[in-house]
Design a protein around this ligand. Structure first.
Ligand code: FES
Length: 445
């Protein structure tokens, strides 16, 4: 079966086609053709539509002899010559035997994914899985998704309460072109490695075209596109760069930015989209402002709880925070701790991969330890606590470690009436990142 003309796949080139009900990627390296199914062995992403890059070797330097394709969903990187993941042959692309021939029978040429690709195309493989796994038979709640607030930053600045700070932010955005999407924020754009150095392009920007819909914000349309593509019924949405705001040097700016974002999100998204929910961030640099935010937003459409942005400059066991926890407990609202990368915590590390590996867990390990050892589960027994985006693998280690210490040093944590692990069993956890890689290390493979 012929898929395309030979000239459509020049040396170093790639073509993605639909044929025979499948999507295939065709590559040419050193004159030889390689074909793979466009389904990533990690979680089914459209791997052949990813970024083409040579392998990176220590230096760092590119090795042009070993071209790679990078999956645009989470950055798994595969050698085109072998189809194997760059680090292990446990993950392989599914090869497709190819012969060069004349004639064209493919249905549609598919483009490489970039910042302008439509969300529905990026998630086409996920949409296909809705039927395969019969996801519509289930009611699916995604408890941790992210809205990238940068594209709407100008609108969010308008919501800043304090007129002086609002003007400062707006002038900064107007006069400093590169501050347009993050004026007043402490997000360090020069250290933006989250997108795996451009290998996961849609993380950097959702530049896709969105036909304006009267009465519907563009970001709401984009959230809905993602939900429909993955068969999700309800999505709990958080901001993204703003989750670093607990490290902001100014508690006043932290409080004003969080209030502005919460008001913007409640007005522009939550008020009109019943299937989108949020746990709104609290500015713990200013405990009084936390209470004001809880009292302003509790009970509003879509507000299902409140959030600690876990990368913080200050611990959360101090007495000035107790009123916040009491208020949440009395209202029956949960408190989430959302993890993230923290260069300060990882100051002995020289690579983002190291910071990302460790600090998504260590920031919640610190809060968890403080929470338990300071007796907060006893002080607020009805307050539901949720640990978000640290995965699950750290929990057995923490249970054993905290119990071990507690049995030796019980007098330092006298308010506890049970073992730390027993309190941990009463808490809630989200499972992402999906810890599906190398499960043998967890005794599960
Ligand atoms: S689906 Fe490809 S990297 Fe996760």
């Amino acid at each position: 079966m012929k898929l395309c003309e030979s000239t459509q796949v020049p040396e170093g080139g790639r073509l993605v086609v639909e044929a025979g009900g499948k999507t295939l990627g065709i590559f040419r390296v050193d004159g030889q053709l390689y074909g793979y199914e466009n389904t990533c062995p990690h979680q089914g992403g459209p791997v052949c539509q990813g970024t083409l890059l040579p392998r990176v070797v220590e230096g760092p330097a590119f090795d042009p002899a070993d071209p790679h394709i990078v999956c645009p969903w989470h950055g798994f990187e595969f050698s085109i010559k072998t189809g194997c993941h760059a680090a292990t042959d446990q993950y392989r692309l599914t090869p497709v035997p190819l012969e060069e021939s004349a004639g064209v029978i493919h249905i549609r040429v598919i483009q490489q994914i970039d910042i302008r690709t439509d969300t529905r195309e990026i998630l086409a493989n996920a949409r296909r899985d809705i039927d395969h796994y019969r996801l519509n038979d289930y009611f699916i709640v995604d408890v941790d998704s992210h809205h990238v607030e940068l594209d709407s930053w100008g609108e969010i600045l308008e919501y800043i309460d304090n007129p002086v700070l609002r003007r400062t932010g707006q002038e900064m955005a107007r006069n400093w072109p590169f501050a347009k999407n993050l004026a007043l924020s402490n997000h360090p754009p020069g250290l933006t490695f989250q997108d795996v150095a451009g290998r996961i392009p849609h993380m950097a920007q959702l530049g896709e075209f969105v036909e304006p819909v009267v009465g519907e914000h563009r970001d709401r349309t984009l959230i809905r596109r993602a939900m429909e593509s993955m068969g999700i019924n309800v999505q709990v949405v958080f901001p993204q760069p703003m989750l670093e705001v607990g490290l902001h040097p100014s508690p006043d700016v932290e409080a004003q930015l969080i209030l502005a974002y919460n008001r913007w999100f409640a007005d522009r998204i939550l008020a009109s989209e019943p299937n989108v929910k949020s746990m709104l961030a609290l500015p713990f640099g200013n405990p009084a402002a936390c209470l004001d935010i809880i009292r302003e937003f509790a009970g509003k459409p879509g507000v299902v709880g409140f959030l600690v942005t876990s990368q913080r400059n200050a611990p959360l066991w101090q007495p000035e925070y107790l009123e916040i926890y009491r208020e949440l407990e009395q209202r029956g609202l949960p408190l989430g701790f959302h993890a993230g990368p923290d260069y300060a915590m990882g100051k002995l590390m020289n690579r983002f991969i190291s910071v990302h590996s460790i600090s998504f867990v260590t920031c919640n390990m610190v809060h968890m330890t403080n929470w338990i050892m300071n007796g907060l589960p006893e002080k607020f027994p009805k307050l539901k606590v949720i640990w978000i985006e640290s995965g699950l693998a750290w929990l057995p280690f923490m249970m054993q470690r905290l119990d071990h210490e507690f049995l030796m040093r019980q007098s330092e944590a006298p308010s506890l009436k049970r073992l730390p692990s027993e309190y941990m069993r009463d808490m809630f956890y989200t499972s992402q990142p999906m810890e599906r890689t190398n499960l043998k290390q967890l005794g599960l493979g």
